[in-house]
Design a binder for this molecule. Structure first.
Ligand code: CUA
Length: 330
């Protein structure tokens, strides 16, 4: 099952919050629908009563007896005020209690979270640090969050530069990423699938290109994925093209990007150790395929103007071998 489409932009409603797929979001969705339905019903009832009042004609006897300028408690008019105020009060009380219950339900998961991901917003991508009690099982990834189905995952959300906002609408509400502060949130997906998320606070020119994916998979698959993420790249070996590509990477890319295991590692940009395990590049801007990768390396500033990733000047041979090296990072 794949409720949110396989890749960003491929589903007709990739960012819909009207249908949600986990307990961090479902109570708020039910409340949203409830409030919407009650509001529409109130408008319809009030409109009908108002029209009834406007078009109601007094009986001839009534009209003759009363003084047209006199305002008084004639007929049974006051009764409607009492009924109206009582009904409104009851409806508002019920909605207030429902709202408080919803806030309590989504504020924290029912049980202890399976693990914590430290999510850091950057202009314009997301660094993800998967934390484990054993430091050796902790690792860093980017832009695509994997979680096991049916388990709550704690998110510690922060920012490295300006204010961003973490939002995966199918799985939960927005949480701001604020410099110098850690905001705690959580997500849980009850169905496996790929859920699109997006930075939800304007953070500069490429705010729209600050997407993310949440990939919910069965616990066994998730465990295998985590195990693979811990693996470092083996130094040496590979085809001549791959070896040449590794050199190009060390010379042109390693100041900003880490590939664990080859002895280089900048932290300005995303960790690329398992680049090929991701579906997208440039924070959900492009599909992750060899052609897009080559295009991104050469024309990053045309595809995402203002990003810290430069348009790298490489010869055709260098680009080819670099792309073939990147293909090995699975
Ligand atoms: Cu980050 Cu908008």
């Amino acid at each position: 099952m794949n409720p949110a489409g396989a890749l960003p932009g491929m589903d007709s409603l990739p960012m819909s919050y009207l249908h949600t797929f986990g307990p961090a979001a479902d109570p708020a969705t039910r409340l949203g629908w409830g409030l919407g339905i009650v509001s529409v019903a109130v408008v319809l009832i009030i409109s009908a009563l108002l029209l009834g009042g406007v078009f109601r004609r007094r009986s001839a006897a009534d009209a003759k007896q009363s003084d047209p300028l006199h305002v008084g408690r004639e007929g049974k008019g006051m009764r409607w005020i009492y009924i109206g105020v009582s009904l409104s009060t009851i409806v508002l009380m019920v909605l207030a209690i429902w709202t408080m219950e919803t806030i309590a339900a989504v504020s924290k998961p029912p049980g202890p979270p399976a693990f914590t991901i430290r999510v850091t917003g950057y202009q314009w991508w997301w660094r993800l640090r998967y934390e484990d009690k054993e430091p050796a099982r902790t690792f860093t990834a980017a832009n695509e969050i994997h979680i096991p189905v049916g388990m709550p995952v704690k998110l510690e959300i922060e920012s490295a530069d300006v204010i961003h906002s973490f939002w995966a609408p199918h799985l939960g509400g927005k949480t701001d990423a604020i410099p110098g502060q850690t905001n705690v949130s959580w997500i849980q997906a009850d169905w496996p699938g790929v859920y699109r998320g997006q930075c939800a606070e304007y953070c500069g020119a490429q705010h729209a290109h600050m997407a993310l994916l949440v990939i919910a998979e069965p616990p066994a698959d998730f465990k295998a994925w985590w195990g693979n993420q811990l693996r470092s790249v083996e130094e040496g070996g590979g085809s001549p093209s791959t070896i040449a590509g590794r050199t190009v990477f060390s010379e042109h890319c390693a100041a900003c990007h880490t590939v664990r295991g080859i002895g280089v590692g900048g932290i300005v940009g995303p960790d690329l150790t398992h680049l090929m395990s991701r579906q997208t590049i440039a924070s959900g801007t492009l599909h992750n395929d060899p052609a897009s990768l080559a295009e991104w390396i050469r024309h990053a500033q045309d595809l995402k103007p203002g990003t810290k990733m430069p348009s790298v000047q490489l010869s055709d041979d260098e680009l080819k071998s670099l792309t073939s090296f990147l293909q090995t990072l699975d």
